[in-house]
Design a protein around this ligand. Structure first.
Ligand code: NDP
Length: 453
C-alpha cells in the first residue's frame, strides 16, 4: 500500500509542478487514507484518490482595476472547483499577495475533507487573488472586488458554488462582492456566505471559526478530564479567526498571552482580557493598524518581530499550556514544534489551514500531545456558512443561541468522528488520521454512488 500512496504522490508532483503546498496537503491525506484503501480495494479500483486530486474545474482570470491615483492595476483571480460529490462547491476567497494556483489547490483540497466532516451537504472549493488589501482605500478595495466579481459571477450560484471569506476577505469585501453579483445577475440569493446581518448573513458566522476551534480544543481536553480554565494560551494571527478564538478562550477561563500579525507578535504575560481584546479588534478591524501598536496602549506587554531563525520563531518559544495557530500555512516548523513541547504545550488546535509543517506534525504526534489539524479544528467556520445557506434558503434567520448551539454540536460530532475513525483504523488518538479518514469516506462513497463523472 505504501507503493500505491507513493504512486499517487508522484503523479500529483509530476502533474502539478512547483506547487509544494498542494503536494504537502495531498501527501498527508494519501498517507492517512492508505489504511482505508488497504481494507477497501474497491476505492483503488475506482481510482477515487486519482479523481480527488484532480480539480473538477479551475478558473483563472484577469482582474483589471483603477487605483486612487488613476493608475491601472492588474491582478490575477482564481476559483478552484475541487469536488462537488456531496454538495455545491464551498470554500473561501483569499486576497493576499502570496496567493497562487498551488496555494489555492491545497486549500481547496483540504476544504473537501473539512466540509465532509461538518455533516452538512457541501463540496469543496477555494479561490482568491494576489491582490493585497493592505494599505488600500475602501474605494480601491470596492473597485477591485467589483472587477473580480465581473468574471466570477458566471461560475458561482447558490446551488453551484458558494464562496466565503478567508485571509484578506472579511465583511467589507463580501459586501462589495455581493453587491456586484446582485447587480449582474439581478437576483438576491445566498451566493456568498459571511454576509452582513441585514442582508442574509447569519449570527455567529464571524465568530464561528475561532469559537469552533476552541470548542474542539475543549472536547480534546475533556478526553483527559481537563478544561481550558487557567491554561496559558499562545495565539498567532490577529485577524478574524484569532480574535474570536481569543474571545472564547477568555470566556472559558483560559489566559491568552500572545497574538501576532505578519510583522511580529506581542506577549502580554498578565493575559489579554476582554478590554484588551476590544482594543485589538479596534486596531485590526477599524484602524487597520499593526499589532505592535498594542504595546503603546499596554506598555507591560512586549513586542518582537516573528523572524524564523535556526532556533525557530520566538513566538512559539514561550511558556504555555496550549497553542492556537490562527494565521497562515506552515507557520510552525519542526523546531517550533519542539520548542512548544519543551515549554510545556500539550494541546495544539489549528485555527489556520495547515499551519504546521509535516515535520512539525510528526513532532506533535510522536510526543502524544492533543493535536487537532485545521481541517477538523477550524471546520466551524464553514459549518456555520452551511447554516447560513440553510437560513437563506428558508428565508429566515435563527437566533444567536440556536446557531451557537448547532455549532457546538457540530464541533462535538466532528471530534467524535475523528476519535472513532482514528480508532477504527488502528491509530487511536491520532486526530490527523481520524479527520482524513472520516472526511475521505463520506466523499469517496458519494463518488462511488454517482459513477464516473
Ligand atoms: P484574516 O485576514 O482576518 O487574518 C489573518 C491573520 O494572519 C492576520 O493577523 C495576518 O497578519 C496573519 N497572516 C496572514 N498571512 C500571514 C503570513 N504569511 N505570515 C504571518 N502572518 C500572516 O484571516 P482569517 O483570520 O480569516 O484566516 C486565518 C487563517 O484561518 C487562514 O489560514 C485561513 O485559511 C484560516 N481559516 C479561516 C476561516 C474563516 O472563517 N475566516 C475558516 C477556516 C480557516 P497581517 O495583518 O499582517 O497580514
Amino acid at each position: 500500500m505504501h507503493d500505491y500512496a507513493e504512486e499517487i504522490i508522484a503523479l500529483v508532483e509530476a502533474k502539478n509542478p512547483a506547487e509544494p503546498e498542494f503536494h504537502q496537503a495531498v501527501r498527508e491525506v494519501v498517507e492517512s487514507t492508505s489504511r482505508v484503501i488497504e481494507r477497501h480495494p474497491e476505492y483503488r479500483a475506482a481510482k477515487i484518490m486519482e479523481r480527488m486530486v484532480e480539480p473538477e474545474r479551475v478558473i483563472i482570470f484577469r482582474v483589471p482595476w483603477v487605483d486612487d491615483q488613476g493608475g491601472i492595476q492588474i491582478n490575477r483571480g482564481f476559483r478552484i472547483q475541487m469536488n462537488s460529490a456531496i454538495g455545491p462547491f464551498k470554500g473561501g476567497l483569499r486576497f493576499h499577495p502570496s496567493v497562487n494556483l498551488g496555494i489555492l489547490k491545497f486549500l481547496a483540497f483540504e476544504q473537501v475533507f473539512k466540509n465532509a466532516l461538518t455533516t452538512l451537504p457541501m463540496g469543496g472549493g477555494k479561490g482568491g487573488s494576489d491582490f493585497d488589501p493592505k494599505g488600500k482605500s475602501d474605494g480601491e478595495v470596492m473597485r477591485f472586488c467589483q472587477s473580480f466579481m465581473c468574471e466570477l459571477y458566471r461560475h458561482i450560484g447558490a446551488d453551484t458554488d458558494v464562496p466565503a471569506g478567508d485571509i484578506g476577505v472579511g465583511g467589507r469585501e463580501i459586501g462589495y462582492l455581493f453587491g456586484m453579483y446582485k447587480r449582474l445577475k439581478g437576483e438576491f440569493t445566498g451566493v456568498l456566505t459571511g454576509k452582513g446581518l441585514n442582508w442574509g448573513g447569519s449570527l455567529i458566522r464571524p465568530e464561528a471559526t475561532g469559537y469552533g476551534c476552541v470548542y474542539f480544543a475543549s472536547e480534546m481536553l475533556a478526553t483527559r478530564a481537563d478544561t481550558l480554565a487557567g491554561k496559558k494560551c499562545l495565539i498567532s494571527g490577529s485577524g478574524n479567526v484569532a480574535q474570536y478564538a481569543l474571545q472564547k478562550i477568555i470566556e472559558l477561563g483560559g489566559i491568552p498571552v500572545s497574538v501576532s500579525d505578519s510583522s511580529g507578535f506581542i506577549y502580554d504575560e498578565a493575559g489579554i482580557d476582554p478590554e484588551k481584546l476590544a482594543c485589538i479588534m479596534d486596531l485590526k478591524n477599524v484602524r487597520r493598524g499593526r499589532i505592535k501598536e498594542y504595546v503603546e496602549e499596554h506598555p507591560s506587554a512586549v513586542y518582537e518581530p516573528c523572524e524564523q531563525t535556526g532556533e525557530g520563531s520566538p513566538q512559539w518559544n514561550l511558556k504555555a499550556d496550549c497553542a492556537f495557530p490562527c494565521a497562515t500555512q506552515n507557520e510552525i516548523t519542526e523546531t517550533d514544534a519542539r520548542n512548544l513541547i519543551k515549554n510545556g504545550v500539550y494541546l495544539v488546535a489549528e485555527g489556520a489551514n495547515m499551519p504546521t509543517t509535516p515535520a512539525g506534525v510528526d513532532v506533535f504526534l510522536d510526543a502524544g500531545i492533543l493535536y487537532a489539524p485545521g481541517k477538523a479544528a477550524n471546520a466551524g467556520g464553514v459549518a456555520t456558512s452551511g447554516l447560513e445557506m440553510s437560513q437563506d434558503s428558508m428565508r429566515l434567520s435563527w437566533p444567536r443561541e440556536e446557531v451557537d448551539s448547532r455549532l457546538r454540536h457540530i464541533m462535538k460530532n466532528i471530534h467524535q468522528a475523528c476519535v472513532d475513525s482514528a480508532a477504527a483504523y488502528g491509530t487511536p488518538g491520532n486526530y490527523v488520521n481520524g479527520a482524513n479518514i472520516a472526511g475521505f469516506l463520506k466523499v469517496a462513497n458519494a463518488m462511488m454512488d454517482q459513477g464516473l463523472v
